[in-house]
Structure formats: C-alpha cells, structure tokens
Design a protein around this ligand. Sequence first.
Ligand code: DGL
Length: 355
Amino acid sequence: MMKQSLRHWLATVIATLTVSVCVAADQANVVILATGGTIAGAGADATNSATYQAAKVPVDKLIAGIPQLANVAAVRGEQVFQIASESFTNDHLLTLGKRVAALVKQKDVDGVVITHGTDTLEETAYFLNLVVRTTKPIVVVGSMRPGTAMSADGMLNLFNAVSVAASLDARGKGVLVTMNDEINSGRDVAKMVNIKTDAFRSPWGALGMIVEGRNYWFRLPAKRHTANSEFDIEQIDRLPTVDIVYGYGNVPDTAYRAFAAAGAQAIVHAGTGNGSVSNTVVPVLQELRGKGVHIIRSSHVNAGGFVLRNAEQPDDKYDWLVAHDLNPQKARILAAVALSKTRDSKELQRIFWEY
Ligand code: DGL
C-alpha cells in the first residue's frame, strides 16, 4: 500500500512540474521599460488623486505590486529614465527607441511595454510607431492617478499593457496604448482631458478593448507603421529641430521668427480651425519658407483636426505642407523623423499622407 501511494505521489509531482514548466515555457516574455510619470507617482494621502509627485516608484516595485502579471507573461523590468514626461527631449526619444529596437530583435523578447507620463505619451507612442521596425507588440501605458490614490488606475492599466504585449493577436497592429480598458493606436490617440481616467481618446475610435486579460478588436490601423515604415531608428542619430507656434487671435510673428533664428528646420503652425493662418502671419511664413524653413499647417482643435491642402491657404503656391489629421505635437514628431531622411516638399507631403 505504502509503495503504491509513493508511486502515485511521485507521478503527481512529476505531472505538476511538467505542467508548470510547460506553462512557463509557453509564457510570453515581456520587458517593461520604465520612464517615470504618474504611473510611478506617489501622493501623501489616498485622497490625493491629483496632488502627487510623478516619477518616484521604481520599475521593480511597480512589477512587485501586481503579482497577477505572472499569470499572463514572464516579466522583467528596466528603468530607462525616471522623469515626468513633460521633460522628454529628442534625446530621450532616441535613447528609448534604440533600446526598444534592440529588445524586439532578441528571440527571448515577445513584447515590450513602456510605462510613461501621460503628458507626452502620445508623442512617444507615435515616434516608436514610426521608427521601430517590428511586428512584435509595443505597448505604451500610463495612469491618470498615482498608485497611492483611491481608485488608482495604474495597476490595471499596466496589467492590461502586459497582457496585450504578450498577445499574439496584438502583433502587427503598430504601437498600442492601453488606458482605461481601451486599446488605442499610438498614432491616433491623444490626451484629451488632463484629470480624468478616460483622458485618452482617438478621434477615429479605439482599435479595441481589453477586459479581464482578453483582447476584443474592432478595427485595424490604416496608416503605415513599424515593420512597414520607411524609417528606422537604427539609422537615426539625431532629430532635426521642429518647433510649434500656437495660433490665436492677435498672434504676432515673433515666435515664428525666433524659432527660425534658433535653427528650426520646420515650424508647425498650430492653427485655429482648418489650420487657418492670420493675415498678419502669412508674410513671415512665406519669408521663412523662402529661407528654407518648412511650414506645416496643423489644427489645434481638440477632438481631432483635418487640414486639407489649398483649402484655407494656397499651399501649392507657398510650398507649405499640411499635417492632415495629426495634432500639432504629433506633426512635430513626424516632421522631425521625415526631415532626418528628406527635405523635398513633395516627399514630405507624401509622408504626411501615409503616416
Ligand atoms: N507630469 C506628468 C507626466 O509625467 C504627469 C501626468 C501623468 O503622468 O499622468 O506626464
């Protein structure tokens, strides 16, 4: 009797070990690159949902705070930066992009998650969408409340991000952003509200939702991205300077002149309405174009602009560009990436239509 129960016990142990090794062997490997932001923030009290310090909690603590991550992937973290995202520079973008590109080349990496402040999250997500040549999921995630607050959103956002990054069906969809149960395209999504958990929206709708670790897809990206991009972070060592001037009633030409004098290769005019340009500003934009500075008309309307060539201004005549549906901050990213490759107006406009 004793021998039989020992045999049975051994068989059970071996079966259990085999299953756990199989599960472990089948689990996707996901790397979390932490950069700071509110998702790594901490406030003094649980009622502080808006008053806190961003970029305090290290990546290993973020991971340790969500033991359920082990159910969806084999996760490891790297602390790339620990900053609030309004302080991101072009150099931060290049450093992060090159690290992501190196990781996705590794056979033992199936997906990458970037934890990030929400202020410029949309810029980083779009940048990676343009320059990292891969079909592996890259998911950028943040939170609107620090982990110390009641109803903090960071834990579930991060769990969802890792779950999506570990998913085979997330491959080939470009850089994704998981916030507030939605899966948005890194190209389209923008921070539309500065203090609510449903802050991130795409003018053209989310790609899908993630609920209890399962992805539900409703649409696919239409523009070129990642593996289908003509841009490659490995061939970009600096980003040309592109600046943005906000359009409003009574706007003078001061800022346009100052940015051009400081070396901007292009200026994004964040126009009212249809990328409209005040008649007091048209002459300086024509002058700067004549000096080789590219002019890009975009719109600063909140829920999604749509700027057409030659509608509000004779772009063909002035040799200006339009940002299509990109908001000014995304137009800056695309212009900087595009100018790293070409200064030809027709090529630049093609790029704005295609990306
Ligand atoms: N300072 C802002 C940032 O790091 C906080 C906003 C946030 O991360 O939600 O983007």
